[in-house]
Design a protein around this ligand. Structure first.
Ligand code: ZN
Length: 233
């Protein structure tokens, strides 16, 4: 979970004073020129277009640079980069597919309003985040830690990961009470491992993608259900 701080800010542009917002995540400045947004905003623009903003009287970003999608699930607010065209990361050293999580209470306090009307993730959101990640080809799997008896090289698991993230029945599910963390080593020096967590929840297999790819919530689908049952227990 990250913290968010939103402060009013002003920018001077060719004689116009533009009202904008400065946003800090974990006490680090993300941008001092967010377009104005409130707790119910489903999209947020991290950098105003000063030209359009000035032309619109400093109230509207008119050229459509909304780069962040805002979602709520239970007591957490999520931000992720939504625009396929917008390819620069929000913060240095943070990958394009990163999903920020903020406590609902912190978000509402910063924006001085109720955020309960925000939408939950839909399938397109999940696909958008996951498809931006590096997915290794199954044949690159070399070993698993801890050992997976029926899949020592992690190739089946890499295959499950690749097919699941494209699956049309992929859905967020509650976290299991207990789970295993499996690291899949890749056959190239310096390439980070794929890390997944697997467990059983409501009699179904669930998986959380921790690294390469990553998504903050537990997911399930037929592919996972069929292929990780022996590993998940
Ligand atoms: Zn513009």
């Amino acid at each position: 979970m990250a913290t968010i701080e939103v402060r009013e800010n002003q920018i001077e542009y060719h004689g116009h004073t533009l009202r904008v917002l400065a946003v800090h995540i974990d006490h680090q400045l993300v941008s001092d020129s967010f377009a104005l947004f409130d707790a119910s905003s489903e999209t947020v623009a991290s950098h105003i277009c000063a030209e359009c903003y000035a032309a619109a009287g400093g109230e509207l970003a008119t050229c459509g640079h909304y780069d962040i999608a805002v979602r709520r699930r239970e007591d957490t607010i999520y931000w992720f980069l939504a625009d396929h065209e917008y390819v620069s990361p929000l913060m240095q050293d943070v990958p394009l597919n990163h999903v920020w999580s903020f406590p609902l209470e912190n978000y509402e306090r910063q924006l001085n309003a109720n955020a309960s009307g925000l939408p939950d993730f839909n399938l397109a959101d999940i696909h958008l985040v996951l498809r931006r990640a590096t997915i290794y080809r199954a044949e690159l799997g070399l070993f698993t830690i801890p050992d997976v008896d029926d899949d020592p090289q992690g190739r089946l698991l890499l295959d499950v990961v690749a097919r699941s993230i494209a699956a049309d029945d992929l859905a967020i599910c509650p976290p299991p009470d207990r789970y295993r963390t499996i690291r899949i080593g890749i056959e190239t020096d310096g390439v980070p491992e794929t890390v997944v967590e697997v467990g059983i929840v409501n009699q179904r297999c669930a998986m959380r993608f921790v690294a390469h790819p990553s998504f903050p919530l537990w997911l399930t689908c037929g592919e996972i259900q069929r292929n990780v049952a022996s590993i998940a227990t």
